[in-house]
Design a protein. Structure first.
Length: 181
C-alpha cells in the first residue's frame, strides 16, 4: 500500500506523518477524534515537506511554524497570578468506581506541546542574539585592523619627518661647530 503524508497543527508545530491511511495517521498522532472530518488535518503533496516523513514512515515529524517573533506575537497575553487561596475546610477526594470494560481517555499532550514551543522560541531568540553578537564581534575586529593599519601608516610618516628634522639639525650643528673659534 502506498504511503501518503498527512499534516496537522500541534501548538506552534506542524506534525507530519507518512502513513497508509488517515486512520493510521490519526493513530500515530494519538488522536481519538477525526481531525480530517473537522478540517484540521490534510494530505501534503509538496515534495519539500514530504521528504523527511517519507524517510521515517509511521513516525511523527514536527516542524516549527513561523519565526519566534511571529509565535510570540500570536501567543495570548500573560495572565496575572492570583494569590493562593486559603482552604477553609479540608475536603477528601473520593474516586468514583470505574465501570468495567470502559477505557479511560488518552492523556492530552497540550502541556508538553506548549513546553516544546516555548523551548523552540527561546532557542530561536538565543540563536538570533548569538548571531547578532558574532556580527558585532566581526565589525569590532575589522575596526581594530583598520585602526592598527592607520596607526602604522601615521607612525611611519611621523618617524620620517622626525628623521628629516634630525638630519637637518645635525647638519646645522656641524656647520655651527665649524664656525666656532
Amino acid at each position: 500500500m502506498a504511503l501518503k503524508v498527512y499534516r496537522t497543527p500541534i501548538g506552534f508545530h506542524d506534525a507530519y506523518v507518512a502513513a497508509p491511511s488517515q486512520k493510521a495517521a490519526l493513530a500515530a498522532w494519538g488522536s481519538d477524534a477525526d481531525l480530517f472530518a473537522r478540517g484540521v488535518a490534510e494530505v501534503v503533496t509538496d515534495e519539500a515537506l514530504t521528504a523527511e516523513p517519507l524517510a521515517r514512515p509511521g513516525e511523527v515529524v514536527k516542524r516549527l511554524r513561523g519565526t519566534a517573533d511571529e509565535q510570540l506575537a500570536a501567543a495570548p497575553p500573560r495572565k496575572k497570578e492570583r494569590p493562593p487561596r486559603v482552604a477553609r475546610v479540608a475536603r477528601v477526594a473520593v474516586k468514583s468506581p470505574v465501570k468495567a470494560g470502559k477505557a479511560s481517555p488518552r492523556p492530552k499532550r497540550d502541556a508538553v506541546d506548549e513546553a516544546d514551543a516555548a523551548l523552540a522560541a527561546a532557542a530561536s531568540v538565543h540563536r538570533n542574539a548569538d548571531q547578532a553578537l558574532a556580527v558585532e564581534e566581526q565589525a569590532l575586529a575589522d575596526r581594530r585592523r583598520r585602526l592598527r593599519t592607520d596607526w602604522l601608516t601615521e607612525r611611519d610618516r611621523l618617524e620620517g619627518k622626525r628623521d628629516e628634522a634630525e638630519a637637518r639639525y645635525a647638519a646645522a650643528l656641524k656647520t655651527w661647530q665649524a664656525d666656532q673659534p
